[in-house]
Design a protein around this ligand. Structure first.
Ligand code: NAG
Length: 705
């Protein structure tokens, strides 16, 4: 009887849970939908609310209440994928191929995906490192995009991958050494890229099909691959017999494919990050349930059935110990992270993934050699948790800094902000830096300070001011940053004397784009996102080439009195409720763009009333070309392309909208500015004398995306 009751209950629960989608999955699809510009082709999808599983949203497959597949290829989609897909923990198939998506592939992707198809879009820039952590991956197709640079993904964990298609992109450099770990690979398509170096890392892989056509490979096709289907035209490969391998190379026959033979320290992992732990908790719950009542058993069984159906994880992966979180692998950044080497499972478990994923720089520094640091033979290098994360900046003493700043002399004072003064300093190695002396009222204790230092020290982006070191002793708290010769944008725009050259239009666009990238990095690459909260022209420092560097990241938490945060830049919702979000940063960014366009300060009490608030005065006129030409900074003396100006104004109008939800994410702002620059470059000859008498007339080439 009990069994019948349990089954009845189970059916009841199943049909109940089947009717509504997991709220996280549903809201993540809402975000995806709006990020794709809410296209009609995605029938039944909604920008908010709705029930993807029950309402049969186009391309969505569910299992129980969880979304397991997203198949939306070839629908002419544009926009971007949003930055939350990592929340879709049950998605095993994600296919958005053959659409018109562009820009960088987001870092946030479904973590347990088995089939990932992003082919046939316009993705550019590099690969997100997060792919390295997709231990469940079997099929990866990124072909026919414009992905550039070195393959910056570590394949050490991807031992279940059978198909890899990177063809028709702009990949460069040698194949990564970690390809050696692809112990299940059958099909590899690398054709039509600009890969260089030899094919040697492929020698021992269980390949059946390999296409390397139209690259710049050199050397020989490894003799071990002779029996398989290899297409290799259009390279610089030698056709003669390969020379004998140097001593110490592996045997000349390929091993029988064995998924576990890649046991290079890091190869054991599972595809079910996080869910493993909750599973064991449920196991215990089940035991208790048997004791307590049939009802509980029913619920547990139902839960298990739903979970099983939703997680079609591969048997290999299951066997390899289901409860480990994603184990991060040694990477080119591992050198930056002082970590304890250990290979024990216990410490891998203790490792907290976000600390490692956190603040990983976007794939800009392609020049860094991956090979140098290829650690595929070394054990996993875990990193401690966030709150105890080692600080990768140099520790200075107060005495050091006293010498460097001439006892914090007034002559060396270069700025004063809400949390402290900034001094120019010369370290004993001759290097000039900026030392920020934090007011004692701003820091309550050293632990808080060190946590902030740790967070700042993990920010690495060409447009974010780099932390050089810090000092915390005798109740003093100081931050040492790289020094930027040209001071802040605020000074440059508003305080310049008659002799200093005004910024040209191109430089203004370059500054806008660089700072947009800095914010994009903080918002969308860093995980969790960093909200700047105090974005203003005084926090944008300019180097000798007038490249922007965003300063004071993470420091807003030290500002006690919200009034100290520059009010002319605050979004309306911040002014009203003190609610900071990434969208309030976007607003502040729009205000800075307005400053760049008009040369005015956000609030100017010297002007007549209607013109005091820059946003209020300027925004109604942003779409009117004639009005724009009157608003534009007189210091430009009319030297600007009108089209570029009006596109710039369009971006501003989006950013300073009063409703936060309508403001674009920074990645879209970056995209819009990149397009603006590209068009300006294309039509450069038509306004060729722009900047002719200027120091920075070569700018246009400099800010290529
Ligand atoms: C990858 O996607 C492209 C574009 O849809 C397709 O032509 C190609 O066959 C796919 N590659 C594999 C290996 O499935």
């Amino acid at each position: 009887m009990a069994v019948v009751a349990a089954v009845a209950l189970l059916i009841g629960i199943l049909s109940f849970t089947g009717a509504d989608t997991d709220p996280t999955d549903a809201s993540t699809l809402n975000v995806l939908y709006t990020s794709l510009n809410s296209p009609q082709q995605l029938t039944n999808w909604k920008p908010s609310g709705g029930d993807p599983c029950a309402e049969s949203w186009k391309g969505i497959t569910c299992s129980g209440s969880k979304v397991t597949e997203i198949n939306i290829p070839g629908l002419g989609l544009n926009g971007n994928m949003g930055f939350q897909l990592d929340k879709l923990t049950s998605v095993t198939t994600f296919d958005i191929s053959n659409n018109n998506l562009g820009n960088q592939i987001p870092y946030q992707l479904p973590p347990n995906v088995e089939r990932l198809n992003l082919a046939g879009n316009g993705f550019n820039a590099g690969l997100p490192y997060s792919i390295s952590l997709m231990g469940a991956l079997k099929y990866l197709n990124l072909s026919h995009n414009q992905i550039q640079g070195q393959v910056t993904v570590q394949f050490t964990s991807l031992t279940g991958l059978t198909t890899l298609d990177f063809s028709f992109n702009s990949f460069t450099d040698n194949l990564p050494q970690s390809f050696q770990s692809l112990t299940s690979i059958n099909d590899m398509y690398l054709q039509n890229n600009q890969f260089t170096g030899t094919l040697d890392v492929l020698a021992l892989l269980p390949l059946q099909n390999l296409n390397v056509e139209n690259n710049r490979f050199t050397g020989w096709i490894p003799s071990q691959l002779k029996g398989i289907n290899v297409q290799s035209n259009g390279n610089l490969l030698n056709s003669g017999p390969a020379p004998p391998p140097p001593p110490g190379t592996p045997p000349a026959t390929r091993p029988v494919p064995n998924p576990k033979s890649g046991g290079k320290g890091g190869s054991s992992n599972n595809g079910g990050s996080g869910s493993g732990d909750s599973k064991s908790g449920i196991g215990a719950g089940a035991i208790a349930g048997i004791v307590i009542s049939v009802l509980v058993i029913g619920a547990i069984i139902a839960f298990f059935v739903i979970r099983k159906r939703s997680r079609k994880s591969s048997p290999d992966v299951e066997k390899l110990g289901g409860s480990q979180p994603f184990a991060p692998l040694p990477s080119q950044e591992s050198q930056d992270i002082k970590a304890v080497q250990t290979s024990s499972t216990a410490s891998i478990k203790a490792f907290e993934t976000p600390a490692m994923l956190n603040l990983r720089p976007p794939p800009f520094d392609r020049h860094k050699s991956f090979d140098e640091n290829d650690d595929s033979a070394k054990p996993i290098v875990p990193v401690k948790k966030v709150n105890t994360a080692p600080i990768n900046s140099k520790l200075y003493t107060v005495a050091d800094l006293q010498i460097a700043t001439d006892s914090f002399s007034v002559e060396n004072l270069i700025g004063e902000g809400s949390i402290g003064r900034v001094y120019r300093a010369q370290l004993d190695d001759g290097k000039v830096v900026a030392v920020k002396k934090i007011n004692s009222s701003a820091v309550s204790n050293s632990e808080d300070f060190l946590e902030i230092v740790s967070e700042i020290s993990r920010l690495h982006h060409p447009n974010v001011t780099e932390l050089v070191g810090y000092c915390s002793e005798h109740g003093q708290h100081l931050l040492i940053y790289e020094f930027h010769k040209n001071g802040s944008l605020n000074e440059f725009l508003h305080v310049s004397d008659e002799f200093s050259k005004p910024l040209t239009w191109n430089t203004r666009v370059k500054i806008a784009l660089g700072t947009a990238r800095a914010l994009e990095y903080l918002h969308e690459v860093c995980s969790p996102s960093v909200i700047h909260k105090n974005f203003k022209s005084a926090n944008i420092l300019l180097d000798i080439e007038l490249n922007p560097h965003l300063s004071d990241c993470v420091l807003a938490s030290l500002v006690r009195d919200p009034d100290q945060v520059a009010s002319g830049y605050s979004a309306p919702e911040v002014a009203m409720s003190g609610q900071y979000t990434i969208k309030s940063d976007v607003y502040s960014f729009g205000v800075v763009m307005l400053e760049l366009l008009t040369g005015r300060t956000p609030f100017d009490s010297a002007r007549q009333r209607s013109e005091q608030s820059l946003v209020r005065w300027a925004t109604p006129q942003l779409h009117d070309i004639d009005a724009l030409s009157k608003m534009v900074d007189p210091a430009l003396k009319g030297l600007y392309p009108v089209k570029s100006l009006s596109r710039f104004a369009d971006v501003i109008a989006l950013c300073v909208q009063p409703e936060p939800e309508f403001r674009p994410p920074m990645s879209e702002v970056v995209q819009a500015l990149v397009r603006l620059v590209q068009r300006a470059n294309m039509s450069k000859r038509t306004f060729g004398n722009e900047g002719a008498a200027r120091s920075d007339s070569a700018d246009a080439e400099e800010y290529t995306p």
